[in-house]
Design a binder for this molecule. Structure first.
Ligand code: BGC
Ligand code: CA
Length: 425
């Protein structure tokens, strides 16, 4: 079985102390209290929600449970990365099966794809690379996991990071080959970089363009840049992830597909957990259990993993079959859009950051949704954007935590949870 890093729980640090409660059992000498008992040593019990970048070791994938248990009001909100990566891989495989005869552009019997990797140390990026390789059969397992390293250029199929696969379609056997893959990082170190992806595809195409039959990207920012720089005009099917509005609209012009990570659910959860914690009500209020205004999230759209202190939204595939339902990526969730009464849910101040002002998904999809939900939940949010490169571009702007009732954090590097919790005291 394949495990993404989100499945690695630091077992030594956890004991299940009953439904929904996690007890620290003494990893690294941090004591034996139950977080639900008394909060962190300093007594700061303000809600702290990490979102989109899960506290974890960017090399081993191990979840950073110390950060996730900073106090009893600490949670992570993201989406189910393994389910999403598998869905993306299956979407690509289904397309190849349905169009195999037309895909092999140079007629060499090989269906070649290239892959844009977002950030080699980011859970979500790793899960997508693995999901694509798993579905297409090009992955190689090491220690029970599909290798997620980029391959560089592999036009001759000799790589030991990936392998050639075979696929039988209507009596014809094709080879599936990952021709090239690369982390799309720019000169200054920003990852998931759309411009880098577009330029890289252009240079791949100029040296082996006739071999490229399919383009796959870990996100739509990079996918659209590749589509616009080469693959759109060449009619080479291009797949992304995020279901940003521009990418969904491009499906009408030949963009082949994307995955919605259910951003309305994630944006709602990010602020709803804060609301519930500040109101002192059951954490499930307005989530799995309808609140007094009727707000509720359907069970099939999220899961909660108590051991990991993490809420995960479920992903949905978006293709030419259903894209019209996804054209507005910033639409609020159908059954969670009723304003809360300010008398019962008084206004509170929240500090919230995004890791990079230039991130396509966060800027064009997630943040507009947060801005809708802050009104509905009576939260006044100060939005801070990082530069995507140095954690201090964010932490420098958390100088007065005392002014805020709660915090929502999108780290630049998933390893850096402690840089934030130290500042919160
Ligand atoms: C999105 C990417 C985005 C990244 C930022 C991912 O979940 O799919 O588009 O760049 O989050 O952390
Ligand atoms: Ca070919």
């Amino acid at each position: 079985m394949d495990l993404t890093r989100r499945n690695f729980v630091k077992v030594c640090g956890l004991g299940l102390a009953g439904a929904g409660t996690v007890a620290l059992v003494g990893c690294g000498g941090e004591g034996t209290d139950t977080p639900a008992g008394g909060g962190s040593a300093s007594g700061n019990t303000k809600p702290v929600i990490f979102y989109n970048r899960q506290p974890s070791n960017s090399t081993t994938g191990e979840l950073d449970m110390e950060t996730l248990n900073y106090n009893e009001n600490t949670y992570y909100v993201g989406f189910d990365a393994t389910q999403g990566g598998d869905l993306q891989g299956t979407m690509v495989l289904d397309y190849i099966k349905a169009h195999a005869a037309d895909l092999d552009r140079n007629g060499d019997g090989i269906i070649g794809y290239v892959l844009a990797v977002g950030d080699i140390g980011h859970n979500d990026s790793i899960a997508r690379t693995r999901g694509v390789r798993r579905a297409l059969g090009t992955g190689i397992e090491k220690d029970g996991n599909i290798i997620s390293d980029p391959v560089g250029v592999n036009t001759d199929g000799s790589s030991d990071v990936v392998q050639d696969a075979t696929l039988d379609v209507n009596g014809t056997t094709y080879t599936i080959r990952e021709l090239a893959s690369q982390e799309m990082k720019n000169q200054t170190g920003a990852t998931w970089d759309a411009a880098t992806a577009g330029n890289t595809l252009t240079s791949w195409a100029s040296s082996f363009g006739d071999q490229i039959d399919v383009v796959v990207s870990n996100n739509d920012g990079m996918g659209m840049s590749m589509f616009n720089s080469w693959s759109g005009a060449e009619n080479v099917p291009t797949f992304g992830y995020d279901a940003n509005s521009d990418a969904v609209a491009a499906i009408a012009d030949g963009y082949a597909g994307t995955i919605s990570q259910n951003p309305a659910v994630q944006a709602y959860l990010t602020l709803r957990l804060i609301r519930n914690l500040l109101d002192g009500v059951d954490i499930d209020t307005g989530i799995g259990t309808a609140d007094e205004a009727g707000n509720v999230i359907a069970a099939e759209d999220f899961t909660y993993n108590a051991d990991q202190r993490s809420y995960y939204a479920m992903n949905l595939a978006v293709t030419s079959d259903n894209y019209e339902d996804f054209l507005d990526a910033t639409a609020v969730y159908e059954t969670a859009q009723t304003q809360l009464d300010e008398a019962d849910h008084p206004n509170k101040r929240v500090w919230l950051n995004t890791y990079n002002a230039a991130d396509n998904f966060l800027g064009s999809t997630y943040k507009p949704l947060l801005e809708k939900y802050d009104d509905l939940l009576n939260l006044t949010v100060d939005y801070v954007d990082g530069d995507g490169q140095s954690e201090s571009s964010v932490t420098n702007r958390l100088g007065n935590p005392g002014e805020y009732d709660a915090f929502a954090i999108n780290m630049i590097k998933t390893d850096n949870g402690a840089s934030y919790t130290q500042l919160l005291g």
